[in-house]
Design a protein around this ligand. Sequence first.
Ligand code: CMC
Length: 452
Amino acid sequence: MPDSLTTIIDAKTGKQFEVPQEMILPEHLSIIDSRTGKEYPIPVTNGTIKAMDLRQIKVSAEDFGLMTYDPAFMNTASCQSRITFIDGDKGILRYRGYPIEQLAEKSSYLEVAYLVINGELPTQQQLDAWIHNITYHTMLHENIKKFMEGFTTDAHPMGMLVSTIGALSTFYPDAKKITDHESRTLQIYRLIGKVPTIAAYCYRHRLGLPYMYPDNELSYTGNFLSMMYKMTELKYKVNPVLERALDILFILHADHEQNCSANVMRSIGSSQADPFVAMAGAAAALYGPLHGGANEEVLVMLRQIGSKDKIPEFIKRVKNGETKLMGFGHRIYKNYDPRAKIIKQAADQVFEVTGRNSLLDIAIELERIALEDEYFIKRKLYPNVDFYSGIIYQAMGFPTDAFTVLFAIARTSGWLAQWQEMLLDPEQKIARPRQVFLGHDKREFVPVEMRR
Ligand code: CMC
């Protein structure tokens, strides 16, 4: 006789059956606890086991139960998602099922933003309304301008962006209604609409130039370029090649599943904070040199290398662990990052307008040498999205420390999609990891005069 029988009821007939548990369990993993000899069937769904199913594995009734230990989420899915799919070994990236290559070729950033957030490509009517609503929200409250005037002129643009996005929370207290679909949609329009305006204001503030108001007759990227570079002319003349190249770069950066900043967006959002403060946190995570800050670091690195003949010496330093080859390597991609391929193609079109950037030759040679080197081959280190994006941004006139801001503009749609998906997921709760406590056991307080 099997050890455990389970009663199941036929919903149609109401009849009851006693069946061995193994028979009703779907795919499962059997864990035998060597401490007790007990066997536990743990269901396997979508290639995962639930960490909470391990809690039943105990040595005694007082035992808390088994936990998993996974610093940096190396092998833990924190959510179920339907937004972005990545196959890191094959170099595949899809938003809502659509290959990134097709979207970069045929779509626009705002259309992709709609897709990423709403799950489907819009009809023409939906797209027009979406663009209209976002464009309607490009203006900033005049007090935001005053707030930004308080930054020093050498303030890092990402520091300014993070603080200003957070400050928006105080202007839109209605954003707290996170369970209200209409309110969420309004905040989405506001954030996608206003982030480029803030980004351009950051740039102009540093140069002491007057802030340029949005021109709502222009496209999303055309307007951004206008707010950045317009001087005394009545209307900024957007270069269509640069406008399209920037749009492609924005498409490529729109989302990237559960990366560091998306995880922050979800984590802050899980406490039911409003999307402005949640996104300020996500943008802060993006700022770090291991995440979105890498595009800035690539330029610094290429300038430091200075010329092609210095590359072997630099590679030697990387292999000795003295420095990193910035723009190389990825937690998920163990193959060429598909975004880097598309960016490399877009670079040629941009350079036809702006003239060739000398750093490109160093980057191409650096990539060639690295991809032939045993160190990089063994570790499956390939160029990532940041390796070439900075070179294009520089050619388009963006200052190096503003590169991550460009990344943030594009990633706004992804963060909002991740945030909304988290809010609508009935399995999600406030994010609160466990710890393995290895500190002191209880000890008595020692008065200061008795301490050594
Ligand atoms: N240069 C030299 N060695 C590297 C690099 C690099 N760029 N990246 C990884 N390695 C080595 C690393 O030292 C380790 O070697 P070993 O096994 O001998 O200790 C091995 O490769 C595995 O690396 P890891 O640090 O365990 O990998 P990770 O998944 O924790 O880190 C990463 C991923 C992106 C943080 C890392 O590859 C890195 O620091 N790259 C440079 C920064 C960068 O370009 N970041 C942008 C990422 S893409 C855009 C984004 O996400 O925002």
